[in-house]
Design a protein around this ligand. Structure first.
Ligand code: ADP
Length: 344
């Protein structure tokens, strides 16, 4: 029944996950409350023949913000354009997207917290009244003209809602927070995606991959792709529990799903800063990473799994983290035992 929309992804958007990304909201796993609310909004907009209200998604990377944003226009049967907040440095950069936007179409701006203030302010009348104010000429000859836009839907995604200005945040009719996934949900994603990759997988192997994926679908997909490669190269092409474990162990992904970078973060706090508390900037400098990478990509899961806590004086490791690294007990386990306890 629905029309296939013509996609207009911009040159800077390369979907490296096309083969596994769900195409419709109903194909997405988990996030049921978010899905239920969006389904109502999409359904009502379709019935009215109106544009959908603007939507803001927030949450850590890899949890489905882009997926929701690209499924919604398909469910609505409308066109969509994709832009990145980092690439929209000035109002002139955003004008083509706004003037190209067709009636009821979707403009998705990823990393919307990176828009400079001037671009944010330029968007206010576009979001509220579907109008932009263009200044022509310079100095005393400058004049402002209003340009009417087609009613469209802006979907924004951010890993850092705190960095959005309140006026921009308030112009979104719906704000949806995406949370981490359960192991059951991730196992379901792994099982379905093994099917898409045309590889056989045993149920307990799907659960094992899910358990080592830090509650994040993007990581579950990455791990699955690696396990698939490993299986096809080293085993008989069928993903069993043993093969999944061996593959993930080779990639140094441990039983808690921590990778080398996560463990390096914990080890840095333990070794260099005596377990903390330590400011995130100091950890980032020592690891030669940006503060944003630590805050957006490394810390959310470590905080959530209570391996690190935030204190007024900085980050501090918990006893669970020391145990996990094999530094917890009175007697430090031998290297081989440490290895086994981490990788299961
Ligand atoms: P974000 O935009 O939040 O960083 P994405 O939407 O790009 O994350 O999600 C990363 C990948 O994880 C997607 O390509 C998709 O394959 C998978 N994914 C995310 N959410 C879901 C979901 N709810 N169900 C199934 N797969 C999902």
């Amino acid at each position: 029944m629905s029309r296939e929309p013509i996609l207009q992804p911009t040159a800077d958007f390369v979907d490296d996950d096309r083969d596994l990304r769900p195409q419709r909201m109903q194909d997405m796993v988990g996030q049921r409350e978010v899905y239920a609310r969006l389904e109502i909004a999409v359904d009502a907009a379709e019935k009215r023949g109106d544009q959908l209200g603007h939507i803001l998604f927030d949450g850590p990377p890899g949890l489905g913000k882009t997926t929701f944003a690209t499924c919604i226009p398909r469910d609505l049967g409308v066109n969509f354009q994709i832009a990145s907040g980092a690439a929209l440095a000035a109002p002139k950069d955003v004008i083509p997207y706004l003037t190209n936007a067709e009636e009821r179409s979707v403009l998705f701006i990823d990393e919307i917290h990176r828009l400079p203030k001037a671009v944010e302010e330029f968007l206010y009348p576009a979001m509220e009244d579907f109008r932009i104010d263009l200044t022509l000429g310079e100095g005393v000859n400058a004049r402002t003209i209003n340009m009417q836009l087609k009613p469209f839907t802006l979907i924004g995604a951010t890993t850092r809602t705190g960095l959005l200005s309140a006026p921009l945040r308030d112009r979104f009719q719906m704000r949806e927070h995406l949370d981490f996934y359960t192991i059951e949900e991730l196992a379901e994603i792994v099982r379905r995606n093994a099917g898409k990759l045309r590889v056989e997988i045993e149920t307990d192997a799907a659960v094992e991959i899910a358990g080592r994926s830090r509650s994040t679908p993007r990581l579950a997909n990455n791990r699955l792709r690696w396990v698939r490669d490993y299986t096809q190269s080293k085993a008989d092409g069928r993903i069993t529990l043993g093969v999944a474990r061996a593959a993930l162990e080779m990639q140094e992904i441990d039983v808690k799903g921590l990778d080398r970078q996560d463990r390096k973060y914990l080890e840095t706090i333990a070794r260099v800063f005596g377990g903390g508390p330590v400011g995130v900037e100091a950890v980032a400098h020592t690891m030669n990473l940006t503060v944003d990478t630590l805050i957006d990509e490394v810390e959310p899961y470590l905080l959530r799994s209570e391996l690190v806590v935030r204190t007024p004086r900085g980050r501090k490791m918990t006893a669970a983290a020391l145990d996990h690294l094999g530094l917890g007990g009175t007697a430090s386990p031998a290297a081989g035992e440490q290895q086994r306890s981490l990788f299961g």
